[in-house]
Design a binder for this molecule. Structure first.
Ligand SMILES: Nc1ncnc2c1ncn2[C@@H]1O[C@H](COP(=O)(O)OP(=O)(O)OP(=O)(O)O)[C@@H](O)[C@H]1O
Ligand SMILES: [Mg+2]
Length: 262
């Protein structure tokens, strides 16, 4: 049985975010917040600006306008590495793993932001680096157990079916011990069983580690089932924000969805 989660204070606040690529307005004046421990979904038709929003949170894109506040601190032009050091990890819409490397080694790359010893001492396997490596391995093994992928830990990622690759990508993100996890369509392209597994893992991560999750998802059943609050984008604008029931009853949302194939 899952524990009763305590949704906390706002930890991420996006205010009046606008982002354009040349003439393309990807995001227009978008504001919403994310509270500690919640599962916050971002939905919307193709091209609505969902991935762009995640890239703004992640520090990959720099909005021309707006403010981002994370844990009370306003962000000034931050790059993805600095964002990662703040405890924000993510997965990508198109799986971003090293296909020739094993599952284990891929997940180990998730520890990079937490490695203190220099590369040279790692290469020589000396004192502090050795102890550090053992600690990193331990965390990685915990994640492997948690996501039930022991049996594939030595398999090159490129040989795995798509659903398992998605799970390995989640593992890599979790290895960083994030407090905020950004998932860009973690269930896209999966069969029903794989989706159910992924839903369970997302809920378990949220429940057992208390990780706050921002999730982009097209499957409305999944969104209704697992998210606490939903923000709806359409053509780069926010057209809805609230509980799953609230947004599904929102006429603007219904209109946007009837006009597309979703
Ligand atoms: N790097 C970029 N350069 C130019 N245009 C971009 C870039 N990234 C996104 N866009 C444009 O911004 C708009 C929003 O794209 P985005 O990928 O954020 O949508 P999305 O909601 O994630 O769509 P999908 O459901 O298809 O993944 C689109 O018009 C897209 O072409
Ligand atoms: Mg996208």
């Amino acid at each position: 049985m899952s524990k009763q989660r305590q949704i906390g204070e706002v930890i991420l606040n996006l205010q009046n975010i606008s982002l354009a690529f040349g003439g393309v307005k990807a995001l227009t004046d978008i504001s919403f917040d994310v509270k500690e421990h919640e599962i916050r979904a971002i939905i919307g038709p193709n091209g609505a600006g969902k991935s762009s929003m995640l890239n703004v949170i992640n520090g990959v894109y720099h909005p021309q306008q707006g403010d981002i506040t994370f844990r009370g601190e306003k962000r000034h032009a931050m790059n993805p590495t600095r964002v990662a050091h703040q405890g924000i990890a993510r997965t990508f819409q198109n799986i971003a793993l090293f296909k020739g490397m094993t599952v284990l080694d891929n997940i180990m790359t998730g520890r990079n932001t937490r490695m203190k010893s220099g590369l040279l001492s790692h290469a020589l396997w000396w004192g502090p680096a050795r102890n550090e490596e053992i600690a990193h391995r331990k965390r990685v093994e915990e994640v492997i157990d948690f996501l039930e992928i022991q049996h594939i830990r030595k398999t090159p990622v490129g040989r795995l079916p798509y659903g398992l690759q998605k799970r390995v990508e989640l593992a890599r993100a979790l290895a960083a011990e994030p407090s905020l996890l950004l998932l860009d369509e973690p269930m896209a392209g999966m069969n029903v069983e794989e989706k159910q597994d992924m839903c369970r893992f997302v809920l378990d991560v949220n429940d057992q580690f208390g990780t706050t999750i921002v999730l982009i998802e097209h499957d409305m059943g999944v969104v209704m089932d697992i998210s606490d609050r939903v923000v709806v984008l359409d053509y780069g604008k926010k057209i809805g924000d609230g509980t799953p029931d609230e947004v599904m009853a929102n006429p603007d949302v219904i209109k946007a969805y009837l006009g597309t194939s979703h």
